[in-house]
Write a protein that binds this ligand. Structure first.
Ligand code: C2E
Ligand code: MG
Length: 723
């Protein structure tokens, strides 16, 4: 009994019109555990193979309808028929046909009749050979695919004959048609090499052939399209048994994309994408190169750092694309300005100024070979001058300002990092002085910076550990001398320095955005205080809170403040929000919307420090403002009938015309009060009545007020009774 044949066993197709031969062949093959199918004619075999290509075909040459030659040729034309092993079976008398059968694609032949064992051995051998060939073909195709992916091609050079053999893939990489570098002298390849690299490649081949050494190098290929590719050429000598190399094997790989990617990565890591200027890292590297001993570092140099003002505001107002555009224009103008200052800096080779973009809003230039340190100031002035021309975004024209800090190698440090830090410190000093200036670094600045850094650190701790208190300054009705409200003013109870005034820490809090949590604390504390007064049976009092510019421009500020007030049980109508004139006039059009939202939430609104900024009267009319607080500078200079009184009169007159409540700040003398009363000012605030005081002192003041009112009411009723 024969064991059942495995379905995965190789499938043999016997094509023969002779039934006896078919049966005998089948028996031999099945004993070898092959699956067997039979076809009685060429056409039947083709039909079968079209749907199922067997693993081996046994083909009789002499058949009545379609002979074995035609069948063999047509089998090879089938989609999977190219590589199937075909064993031709022919009689001894027909031995001449064998050559013809090979031409038609036969793999092997056998003379029939033949012994079953010989047939099965032959078939098994052919199957094994076929499997090996299939595996080889697979591996070749995988290799070719891998080479295609890696853009890699192989080549061989017969050194003694000077004959090249380039694979199709290699030809493709160097931009040549297939076979064009077959049996060619090595100069045929050199002809493809970019002429700038030709000598390099020729020399490498020459030396490698002479010394029998390997080499690899990158060079350019000039494609006939006019483009250049960059290839990596790798060559290794192939030693014969005697130890000498007559051949050289190699690969050629297209590196153009890799090189482009590498170049892009290098660019992104070292340059600013917008302006294409070196970034901070490359800038520092180049400075350290320029300052190396023996590179002219003994000559005078300078690091000039320029900081643009209001960088983020540009994006907020005109969209983020606008900042990119403007910074590109800034870079162009700085370049232009540098190239104009030929008398100061040498512009050749390593002495050329190094311009860089350090961060979003900071540029820097390293100048070498200055005749004296003061010349850096001329570069700085040139920069500032170049930026005075307006910048155009669409239809809008924008004027920007900048500040500059300068550090001199040697006196201000030797290390590029330290020099840059010092130039930035000088920039901060210039900024604090006001817009559009430059400043040389001095050691004293570092002390100031250290103090500021300490203040900032302490401020963060103060916020976390709640070291703030509020003082309240009464606002007084000028005619009745009654307290009509208070202004909440923050103070910092510093653990070692005692009480610190807001003028010292508010600017730092603003710069570091610490003003946001600080202001939230103020709003919550005021609302809590009002609730406490209410609980103690005191009448509600209007309290003014100062809002910073940063806070005012926060998204949903109206909702935020309302939420804080409600959370503490307070009421928006008991709170007046004070905004300085300069905060309101920065982007006045969006100010109107924010003010309207705050007003709709129920808050009263005041313009603080009125008269110090540049209020547009047109906008002033649009702002839904309740109160105008006249800056105390005007009050200070006030002398009855003299000095600035016409301005005061004008401000008060305008406020009254706009039906605004007018508060005069910083009233210290009776004369000032008398003048204000005469001019029709409603309310005042100042040391004359009270300094800002803690809430408990105020409570006493409130109580006094109510008892005053009560006694006045009693006086009035007594008077009525008497009359
Ligand atoms: P401001 O809003 O103009 O507040 C009035 C300032 O004038 C207060 O100074 C007050 O003490 C002072 N002052 C009042 N009457 C007189 C007077 O008769 N003579 C003189 N010479 N000064 C008087 P303070 O408390 O030092 O506050 C300074 C500034 O700090 C405030 O100016 C305000 O802009 C800011 N500030 C205070 N508290 C806060 C706050 O909670 N948040 C914000 N964002 N800023 C605040
Ligand atoms: Mg104020």
């Amino acid at each position: 009994m024969t064991s059942p044949i495995d379905l995965h066993s190789p499938l043999a197709l016997i094509i023969d019109d002779d039934a006896t031969f078919r049966v005998l062949s089948r028996m031999s093959l099945e004993q070898e555990e092959l699956r067997v199918e039979e076809a009685t004619s060429g056409q039947a075999a083709l039909d079968f193979a079209a749907s199922t290509m067997p693993d081996i075909i046994l083909l009789d040459l002499q058949m009545p309808d379609m002979d074995g030659f035609t069948t063999c040729r047509r089998l090879r034309q089938l989609p999977a028929g190219e590589f199937v092993p075909i064993l031709i079976m022919t009689g001894l008398d027909d031995i001449d046909s064998i050559a013809q059968a090979y031409e038609m694609g036969a793999t092997d032949f056998i003379i029939k009749p033949c012994h079953g064992l010989i047939l099965s051995q032959r078939v098994r051998y052919m199957l094994r050979a076929s499997q090996t060939l299939t595996a080889l073909r697979d591996s070749e195709s995988r290799l070719a695919q891998a080479q295609r992916i890696a853009q890699l091609g192989g080549w061989e050079w017969d050194i003694t004959q000077d004959r090249l053999e380039f694979s199709d893939a290699a030809c493709h990489i160097v931009g040549m048609p297939p076979f064009s570098l077959m049996n060619q002298p090595h100069t045929a390849y050199l002809a493809c090499v970019h002429e700038g690299d030709r000598e390099l490649v020729a020399n490498a081949l020459r030396v490698a052939a002479k010394d029998q050494t390997a080499f690899e190098l990158n060079h350019r290929i000039a494609h006939c399209t006019g483009t250049h590719r960059i290839v990596h050429l790798h060559a290794e000598p192939l030693m014969n048994e005697g130890g000498s190399a007559q051949r050289m094997l190699g690969t050629v790989q297209d590196m153009t994309d890799e090189q482009a990617t590498e170049a892009r990565i290098y660019f992104l890591a070292n340059y600013d994408n917008q302006t294409h200027l070196p970034n901070r890292g490359l800038f520092l590297h180049r400075i350290s190169q320029a300052m190396l001993p023996g590179t002219g570092s003994s000559t005078i140099g300078a690091i000039v750092v320029l900081g643009m003002d209001r960088y983020h505001r540009i994006g907020d107002l005109h969209g983020s694309g606008s900042t990119d555009h403007i910074m590109r224009v800034v870079a162009e103008r700085l370049q232009q300005s540098l190239s104009e200052i030929t008398t100061i800096a040498q512009h050749a080779g390593r002495d050329a100024p190094i311009l860089a973009r350090l961060s979003d809003d900071q540029f820097a230039v390293f100048l070498s070979n200055l005749s004296e340190p003061d010349n850096a100031a001329r570069v700085a002035q040139g920069f500032l001058q170049a930026l005075t021309r307006p910048f155009v975004i669409g239809t809008t024209s924008l004027t920007l300002s900048a500040n500059i800090g300068i550090a001199i190698p040697g006196s201000d440090g030797l290390d590029p990092e330290q020099l840059l830090r010092n130039a930035c410190t000088a920039l901060q000093a210039a900024k604090r002085k006001g817009a559009n200036g430059y400043q040389y670094f001095s050691e004293a600045m570092n002390t100031t910076i250290a103090t500021r850094v300490k203040l900032e650190q302490d401020l963060r701790i103060a916020i976390a550990s709640n070291q703030f208190i509020l003082h309240y300054q009464p606002k007084v009705d000028i005619l009745s001398e009654q307290v009509v409200g208070f202004e909440a003013l923050i103070r910092w109870q510093h653990p070692t320095r005692g009480l610190i005034a807001p003028t010292e820490f508010i600017p730092v809090a603003e710069e570091e955005a610490l003003i946001i949590p600080m202001s939230e604390w103020v709003i919550r504390s005021v609302a809590q205080q009002q609730r406490l007064w209410h609980k103690n049976g005191l009448a509600p009092s209007l309290v003014s809170i100062n809002l910073s510019g940063l806070q005012f421009r926060q998204r949903n500020i109206a909702q935020q403040i309302k939420g804080l007030v409600f959370a503490e049980g307070g009421r928006p109508q008991d709170i007046e929000l004070e905004l300085t004139e300069s905060v309101l006039m920065t982007d006045a059009s969006s100010t109107v919307t924010i003010l309207q939202e705050l007003k709709a939430s129920g808050f009263r609104l005041a313009i603080d420090d009125f008269g110090t900024g540049y209020s547009s009267l047109a906008y002033l009319q649009q702002f839904p403002i309740d109160t105008l607080k006249i800056d105390q500078a005007f009050i200070k200079d006030l002398k009855l009938g003299k000095g600035d009184s016409p301005i005061m009169r004008a401000i008060i007159g305008m406020g009254r015309a706009l039906t605004l409540q007018i508060v005069a700040k910083g009233v210290e003398t009776r004369d000032q009060l008398a003048f204000l009363r005469l001019q029709g000012c409603d309310t005042y605030q100042g040391y004359l009545f009270s300094k800002p005081v803690p809430a408990h002192e105020l409570q006493h003041l409130l109580r006094d007020r109510f008892s005053d009112e009560a006694s006045r009411r009693m006086d009035r009723s007594r008077h009525r009774f008497v009359s």
